[in-house]
Design a protein around this ligand. Structure first.
Ligand code: OFO
Length: 164
C-alpha cells in the first residue's frame, strides 16, 4: 500500500509524463508541417513512449492500493523557431524531468517505501538514456550548423532512430 504522500508524488509524476507526451506531440506536429518527416517520426514515437511512462505509473499506483489521477494539461507551445530549438527545449525538459524523478526517489527513501523506490529505478535509468540521447542529438546539430544538406541527412537519420 502506498502512503498518501507517495501517492501524491506518483500522481505528480503521472502529470509530468503526460505533459512530456503532449509537449513532444506538439513538437512532432510542428516538424511534420515543416517538412522534417524524420524528426517528426522520431518525436511522435517519443511522445508515445512518454505516454507509456505515464501508463506504467498509473498501473503501479492503482495496483498498490492508491488512486491514479488523470491530469488536465495546459496547451503546450505550438510554434518553434527551429529544429535546434526543439532539441534544446527537449533536453532542458528532460533535465527537469530527471530532477522531478529524483524528488520522488528521495520521498521514497524518507518514507522507507523501498517497493516504490525499486519501481522508480526504471525511471532513473530511463532518464540517463534520454538525457544522453538528447545531448548526442544536440552535438550533431551543432556540427551541422546551417548546412542544409547536413540537416537533410540528420532528418533521415532521426526517422530511422529509436527515441532511446
Ligand atoms: Fe518519461 O522520460 Fe522523458 O520525460
Amino acid at each position: 500500500m502506498v502512503s498518501a504522500h507517495i501517492e501524491n508524488a506518483l500522481n505528480g509524476q503521472i502529470e509530468v509524463e503526460a505533459r512530456s507526451s503532449q509537449y513532444y506531440l506538439s513538437m512532432a506536429s510542428w516538424a511534420d508541417t515543416k517538412g522534417f518527416s524524420g524528426v517528426s517520426q522520431f518525436l511522435y514515437r517519443h511522445s508515445d513512449e512518454e505516454r507509456q511512462h505515464m501508463l506504467k505509473l498509473i498501473h503501479y499506483v492503482n495496483e498498490r492500493g492508491g488512486k491514479a489521477v488523470i491530469p488536465s494539461l495546459d496547451k503546450p507551445p505550438s510554434d518553434f523557431d527551429s529544429i535546434q530549438t526543439i532539441f534544446k527545449d527537449l533536453f532542458e525538459h528532460e533535465q527537469r524531468v530527471t530532477r522531478q524523478i529524483n524528488e520522488v526517489v528521495d520521498a521514497c527513501l524518507k518514507e522507507k517505501d523501498y517497493t516504490t523506490h525499486n519501481f522508480m529505478q526504471w525511471y532513473v535509468s530511463e532518464q540517463i538514456e534520454e538525457e544522453a540521447l538528447a545531448r548526442n542529438i544536440l552535438d550533431k546539430l551543432a556540427l551541422i550548423g546551417n548546412d542544409k544538406g547536413g540537416l537533410y541527412l540528420f532528418d533521415r537519420e532521426l526517422g530511422a532512430m529509436q527515441s532511446h
